[in-house]
Design a protein around this ligand. Structure first.
Ligand SMILES: Nc1ncnc2c1ncn2[C@@H]1O[C@H](COP(=O)(O)OP(=O)(O)OP(=O)(O)O)[C@@H](O)[C@H]1O
Length: 304
């Protein structure tokens, strides 16, 4: 069963189109990265999951339950770290977790949860004195209580230091290993790349791409760049390479005697074979993959 289905969802705020006919399915057990620049509409979609925002058209289901028609069941198996989370200034960290345990009727020790999110030392301090990162860890801890089947994390690393970011990654992987589906939004590409099975790129309210990271690399063309130092090369050889399936462009950096080729991952070997067949000696060979950052720019910079 799909963990999340989003069907043709649109949402406007006045003249702003926050979501524009978004279609998306996230399968059970996936770690799905929801990427987009500031203002793309990421939080709006998460707000629709939570029924904090009502779509103008379309529907969203969580494990088959309609988020607007049956929000209680839709949210029952969900743990959420929302964008505009709040903590209760006068309650301690431990009391927050105890509250979540009671609300979800869960069987876990509050200190184990606080330790997992790295704020056990501050368990008995009131949350009013917590830093932004500590508050965020606390709300994440509350989301983890009760082993939710779906974890929805809106920019979970935004207030965290590098150590905290690493901890979040570990938690995401652990949660996924115990069977949870994870949906997390971010504009920080490398974090998404580090843990996600699939990503969706949202831009101006539109879902402009959904794929695995390697699939996205391939679909923008030049997914892989080869740099091949050769003993010699001429226009005929370059033409031959460019005629290969999966090759986008081949050119010679004359000063370094280096052939550069943008191609799909599958075409790499064919390029080397073609050089060999043309009697060209390969002296050195390097592969450079398009970074997610480059892909992101490609998809969100007006090229689509
Ligand atoms: N309650 C609201 N009232 C009016 N406009 C809103 C509201 N919520 C969101 N918007 C607008 O909708 C658009 C999408 O906002 P949203 O917060 O969903 O983007 P986001 O991708 O989560 O951005 P960020 O990464 O900055 O959090 C923005 O133009 C925003 O100003």
């Amino acid at each position: 069963m799909a963990a999340i289905t989003v069907e043709n969802v649109s949402k406007r705020y006045g003249t702003v189109r926050a979501l524009d006919r978004v279609d998306l399915t996230v399968d059970e057990g996936e770690i799905f990265g929801f990427l987009g620049p500031n203002g793309a509409g990421k939080s709006t979609l998460i707000n629709v999951f939570l029924d904090y925002a009502h779509p103008d058209s379309g529907a969203v289901t969580i494990f088959g339950h309609d988020c607007q028609e049956n929000g209680v069941d839709a949210k029952a198996r969900m743990g959420v770290l929302p964008d505009g989370y709040t903590v209760y200034d006068r309650l301690t960290g431990r009391q927050h977790i105890e509250y979540a345990i009671e609300a979800k009727d869960a069987d876990v020790h509050p200190m184990d949860v606080l330790e997992r999110v790295g704020i056990h030392d501050a368990a008995d301090q009131t949350a009013g004195g917590y830093s932004k990162g500590m508050s965020q860890r606390l709300v994440l801890g509350m989301a983890l209580v009760g082993e939710p089947d779906l974890l929805v994390l809106d920019e979970p690393t935004s207030g965290l230091d590098p150590h905290g970011i690493k901890q979040i990654r570990t938690i995401i992987r652990e949660e996924n290993e115990r069977g949870a589906t994870v949906f997390f939004s971010s504009h920080i590409l490398e974090q998404v790349e580090a843990v996600c099975d699939r990503v969706g790129i949202l831009y101006g309210g539109e879902l402009v791409a959904t794929d695995t990271i390697s699939g996205l690399r391939q679909s923008i063309g030049g997914g892989t760049k080869l740099q091949i130092t050769v003993d010699r090369c001429d226009a005929g050889v370059l033409e031959r390479i460019e005629s290969l399936e999966g090759v986008e462009h081949a050119w010679l950096e004359e000063a370094d005697n280096r052939v550069e080729v943008t191609c799909s991952n599958d075409a790499k070997m064919d390029v080397l074979v073609a050089l060999n067949d043309a009697g060209v000696d390969v002296e050195n060979f390097q592969t450079e993959e398009a970074s997610l950052e480059e892909m992101f720019v490609e998809y969100t910079d007006g090229n689509r």
